[in-house]
Design a protein around this ligand. Structure first.
Ligand code: PMP
Length: 344
């Protein structure tokens, strides 16, 4: 018998997986060195960019498709339609490919070129439409609902379909809890659909109650141009400012966030988020997108407020390569008066 220098038992490599969908989730929880050092806390980022489709939304896609299969709505060879900033569309298309469905993906044309190219590459039936606010009937969410009806297809409805948050409650939350040995003081998270924040909040609550521990603080991380910060702070959804981040921020309260206990909120301006994105890359070798920058910036603020010795978790939602043409493009950054990393 030959001996590998790597112990298969300890790495979990001893078993094969039945298919791509088994590779969704089970992501590492990475200690963020600089964030931890400057706060005297332990700050961890869940490496969701390591999912097969490259983002946290693979989990929602799998949960939504599995729920539609179980309810009988999605039949073999069926079609699933969704309006998305891109990442959910990527997850849905890959899961649909793996399980024998078609996907029709509606995306506002303001989203990054890399996400759109990737959607085309993996075979999504991509429908690009002009970006419109939610109150406009041409908004991508309403458009995708109508399209699903016209096609006689299943509408994923990620914003209001609570299969989304239940997926995170069943997977993301217990992973974080166990990876942190049940010692977690706060969780910070930005919201698009709110599925990640809500599901992790519910799951951590379940686990803390079962363990007889205090439930961790749940803190919303919100970009400028979103109404959710005001909603948490003063029940006021009014909006000011704007953000170059994608996939997060809301002008309404999605069904996935309804009834969720959110303890506090941080509004993070783009320069603060992008400073985190660039420092994570330069100093820790972590390539992440803008929403991860918002999440880490919020985790640092919360850690400072809690004081040294506390333990904070957050989500590294997707990878930086998805935003090369924007967040890593000096011309784009200069035009928006945003910091430019010194190596670009
Ligand atoms: N970050 C990115 C890059 C995303 O695409 C999304 C989802 N649109 C989120 C964060 C937010 O995740 P959720 O929908 O679970 O709130």
């Amino acid at each position: 018998m030959t001996h590998s220098p790597i112990d298969a038992q300890s790495t979990g490599w001893s078993s094969t997986s039945a298919g791509m969908t088994d590779a969704i989730g089970g992501t590492p929880l990475i200690r963020l060195k600089r964030a931890s050092d400057i706060t005297g806390c332990e700050i961890f980022g869940k490496a969701e960019f390591m999912n097969p489709g490259g983002s946290v939304k693979d989990r929602a896609a799998l949960a939504i498709i599995t729920a539609a299969e179980r309810s009988g709505a999605l039949k073999p060879g069926g079609t699933i339609v969704e309006g998305t900033a891109g990442n959910t569309g990527i997850g849905l298309t890959l899961v649909a490919n793996a399980r024998g469905y078609r996907s029709v993906i509606v995306v506002p044309e303001t989203q990054s070129r890399e996400k759109l190219d990737f959607l085309r590459m993996i075979g999504a039936d991509l429908r690009l439409i002009p970006a419109k606010p939610y109150r406009d009937p041409g908004n991508y969410v309403h458009y995708s609902k109508r399209l699903a009806e016209e096609l006689g297809a299943v509408w994923a409805n990620q914003f209001d379909n609570i299969a989304n948050r239940e997926g995170h409650r069943a997977t993301t939350a217990p992973e974080i809890w166990h990876q942190m040995d049940g010692r977690i003081d706060a969780f910070t998270c930005a919201c698009g659909t709110g599925g990640t924040l809500a599901g992790v909040a519910l799951g951590l609550d379940d686990l803390a109650t079962k363990a007889g521990r205090p439930r961790p603080q749940i803190v919303l991380a919100d970009p400028e141009g979103s109404g959710l910060y005001g909603w948490v702070k003063s029940d006021d959804l009014s909006i000011s400012g704007s953000s170059v981040t994608e996939g997060i921020g809301q002008s309404r309260v999605p069904g996935n966030l309804e009834g969720i206990a959110i303890d506090d909120a941080e509004r993070i301006p783009d320069p603060e988020a992008l400073t985190q994105v660039f420092e994570l890359l330069r100093d820790e070798g972590l390539s992440v997108g803008g929403s991860a920058g918002i999440n880490v910036a919020a985790a640092i603020r919360v850690a400072r407020r809690l004081g040294p010795g506390h333990r904070v978790a957050t989500i590294l939602c997707d990878g930086g390569a998805r935003y090369q043409s924007k967040l890593f493009n000096p011309e784009f950054l200069r035009a928006k008066d945003l910091p430019v990393p010194e190596w670009l």
